[in-house]
Design a protein. Structure first.
Length: 410
């Protein structure tokens, strides 16, 4: 008899609440620090404010896109009618269904920055920053308060709805008569709709709007795909950690080494894919040697962020490819757990070096505020996903591909 009903272990509940508490206390302390700062030097006061908002911006977007990656993975596998994920699909469903929480947090931060005219973060908010001429007419429309607000809200609402809907349809299928596929095909159609929305948002416009516009005079045609690859492999690593955690506590008995192997292959393959995009973006800019483009990498590669530049490559490419290349390592629970953590840390650093050079320039810090906010977001993920897993059986019932996932061989 399968152990279907997940109960949040006391240790997980305690850990999540402690981390969440650290995050809330850090946020409150950060607000108080800014309000009562007596630093007589105006530029330093401004840098503290920039750091406050940049840390919130980076972490909110990073964790939102990790949660969204689960919705993308579910949609992609549904359209491909892949059976391998059915054994543990309640994990990405739980992660994807809490996108709305991170969407609210991210939306509040983004809209606060834009509607308070915080041009120290988004420089294009300053009138005349992008010259008003025929060449910049489309860019000025794109980088404007009305467009930013409407498109951000619309995208966040749609992402949240799809994350909730896909899980609802999956759970509804549990109570349907055996052999009925109506809800299965409904999920298929909803997944197709999400992929369309995804193509118009994360695969194109949203990374330009939220992240690349921090350096609004710089642009890259591959930036959105680069951001997607970073969030996808991080999302797959998050799923791996939850699958192994839940399985270690006596659940998901039908998840075998074959399923773990498949997750490991995705982590391995998309680490290479991310590196391919990283190199393609860098190589074209390096080869063209146009000052407007090279300034982006000059700060990161040769300036004060060079430690993050090289850590980025080591953690997100060198470690995954060397550790996960042997087949046995993709089936070793300790090894894949270690690599999943390395990838998550590595891509957090990736997002850090996307955001910080444009907002705090060379005055970066990794102090109590950065670590406290990260703890808060990690605790929030643990709390939300853990509780969501308790609301439905861990193995989908009546899924047409359930038998396929049970006999799955990688």
């Amino acid at each position: 008899m399968l152990n279907q009903e997940f109960k949040v272990p006391a240790k997980l509940k305690t850990t999540s609440m402690v981390l969440l508490g650290i995050g809330v206390i850090t946020l409150i302390a950060g607000v108080i620090f800014l309000l009562f700062s007596k630093d007589p030097v105006e530029p330093m006061r401004q840098l503290d404010q920039n750091r406050f908002w940049a840390v919130l911006l980076q972490n909110s977007i990073f964790f939102l896109l990790i949660a969204l990656a689960s919705v993308f993975i579910l949609s992609g596998v549904s359209l491909a009618q892949g059976g391998w994920i059915v054994a543990f699909r309640r994990i990405p469903e739980a992660i994807g269904s809490v996108v709305w929480v991170f969407a609210i947090i991210t939306g509040i931060i983004l809209l606060t920055l834009v509607w308070t005219d915080n041009f120290h973060i988004y420089a294009w908010l300053k009138d005349g920053y992008n010259p008003h001429n025929s060449l910049n007419s489309l860019k000025n429309f794109f980088l404007s308060k009305p467009f930013f607000t409407v498109w951000t809200i619309l995208v966040l609402v749609l992402w949240s709805w799809f994350g909730i809907k896909i899980r609802q349809l999956s759970i509804r299928q549990d109570s349907e008569p055996k052999g009925t596929t109506k809800t299965y095909w409904q999920n298929f159609n909803v997944s197709a709709g999400f992929i369309f929305v995804f193509a118009l948002s994360l695969a194109s416009t949203i990374p330009w709007l939220w992240i690349m516009s921090l350096d609004s005079h710089w642009f890259s045609t591959m930036f959105s795909w680069y951001t997607f690859a970073s969030s996808f492999v991080s999302g797959m690593s998050m799923i791996m950690l939850w699958v192994l955690y839940v399985k270690r506590h006596g659940y998901l008995e039908i998840v075998s080494n074959e399923h773990i192997h498949d997750l490991g292959k995705f982590m391995f393959a998309f680490s290479i894919f991310w590196t391919y995009l990283w190199f393609s973006q860098f190589m074209l800019i390096w080869y063209a040697n146009i000052p407007e483009e090279t300034i982006y990498f000059q700060t990161r590669m040769h300036g004060p962020y060079r430690i993050f530049y090289w850590l980025n490559i080591i953690l997100n490419f060198v470690c995954p490819i060397l550790i996960l290349m042997p087949r046995p390592n993709k089936r070793n629970y300790f090894v894949v757990t270690l690599v999943a953590i390395i990838i998550l840390v590595g891509h957090w650093i990736d997002f850090y070096q996307m955001v910080m050079p444009a907002t705090v320039q060379e005055h970066w810090k990794l102090g109590w505020f950065e670590f406290g906010i990260v703890c808060g977001f990690v605790g929030l993920v643990m709390y939300l996903v853990g509780n969501k897993l308790t609301t439905a059986p861990l193995v989908p019932q009546n899924n047409p591909l359930l038998k396929e996932t049970i006999i799955h061989i990688s």
